[in-house]
Design a protein around this ligand. Structure first.
Ligand code: GTP
Ligand code: MG
Length: 316
């Protein structure tokens, strides 16, 4: 586990500053080290000089700068993969949704994004040797569609005590994009205290799309969205947890052939998310999933089904 931000750990930093950092949600040395000084200054309400000092000290403690590639390899061995509940979907993800990264599920309404989130909220609680993450789950629900009854059904049909499962899923409803930002900013604290191993934002972009309409607002929207996504990525890295975000599609009428739908959120979304998975409706209760952008996964397609067990295997 990461070193906690305790008195004396950063030489020359006053307990008052330390208190401010803790109150702002910076609980571990690493969370300070990986955050830009400007952001520390704003969120913890400390001067820029102090912020620069604490980030430099924290970085020196946790990260000596260059490290041997062998050590990166070693760090990656701590990466865990969480099953989605569907072995076919797991297969195209290289075994499941990985920790230390953001995995984005993109698709039109009814394509299965929320069902994947529900199923994973159950699966992430399983022990690591059963393809879980052995931890609790945190959900930011931006659409007000979170249905505990559906999670109970998924848990029950998979043989778990539904009430125990629900107890370990912490849900916050984000009422608008600013509220969503606050909730994301609060994640480091809650993830630390509640042993959260899977954080879900469903959907990442809905509020932003609804609130920032018109060309003049696009830059601000993208900047805020980018900041949120970077916070999530840092969270994933600092706590070695899995982050899932969902995204919608918009139709681009200028496409003459193929699928006219494109993920929303533009380049900001495309670059910040580590793995992108595109979902489409298939025959009956099945859905098609394709990896569309990933540094480590090939762009392959698969099929999964949505049943009372949540998302499950289906033959391609
Ligand atoms: P939006 O949030 O509207 O963008 O869509 P989404 O991609 O989140 O869709 P979601 O994951 O909610 O998928 C909805 C689909 O899942 C429905 O059309 C149903 O086909 C299926 N589904 C939802 N609940 C159940 C259920 O209890 N049992 C079964 N068998 N299927 C369900
Ligand atoms: Mg949904």
């Amino acid at each position: 586990m990461d070193d906690l931000l305790e008195p004396g750990i950063l030489k020359g930093v006053s307990t008052r500053t330390l208190d401010k950092l803790l109150k702002a949600g910076y609980i571990t040395l690493k969370s300070v080290a990986v955050t830009p000084a400007k952001e520390i200054s704003e969120r913890a309400e400390v001067g820029m000089d102090t912020a620069l000092k604490v980030t430099m000290l924290a970085r020196a403690k946790v990260d000596p700068g260059y490290i041997p590639a062998l050590e990166i390899l070693e760090r990656r061995t701590h990466m865990l993969k969480c099953t989605t509940g569907s072995s076919s979907l797991d297969a195209i993800l290289g075994g499941g949704v990985e920790t230390g990264a953001i995995t984005e599920f993109i698709g039109e309404f009814g394509s299965g994004k929320t069902q994947i989130c529900y199923t994973m909220s159950v699966m992430a609680q399983r022990p690591v040797d059963e393809q879980g993450l052995d931890g609790n789950v945190c959900v930011i629900d931006t659409e007000g569609t979170f249905l505990p009854e559906r999670i109970m059904q998924i848990a029950q049909t998979r043989g778990y005590d539904p009430r125990k499962i629900l107890e370990k899923i912490l849900v916050a409803r984000a009422f608008n994009s600013d509220h969503q930002i606050i909730l994301i900013d609060n994640l480091p604290e809650i993830c630390q205290t509640e042993n959260v191993k899977l954080a879900i934002v469903d959907s990442m972009i809905g509020h932003f799309r609804g609130e920032y309409v018109g060309r003049g607002t696009l830059a601000e929207r993208q900047q805020k969205l980018g900041r949120c996504l970077h916070s999530l990525l840092r969270l994933a890295e600092a706590f070695n947890l899995a982050v899932i975000v969902t995204n919608q599609v918009m139709s681009t009428p200028d496409v003459n052939y193929g699928d006219p739908n494109r993920p929303t959120g533009g380049h900001v979304m495309a670059h910040a998310c580590t793995h992108r998975v595109y979902l489409r409706k298939g025959r009956e209760n099945t859905r098609l999933a394709r990896v569309i952008d990933s540094p480590s996964l090939p762009e392959v397609k698969t099929r999964f089904a949505i049943t009372e067990e949540g998302v499950v295997y289906a033959e391609l």
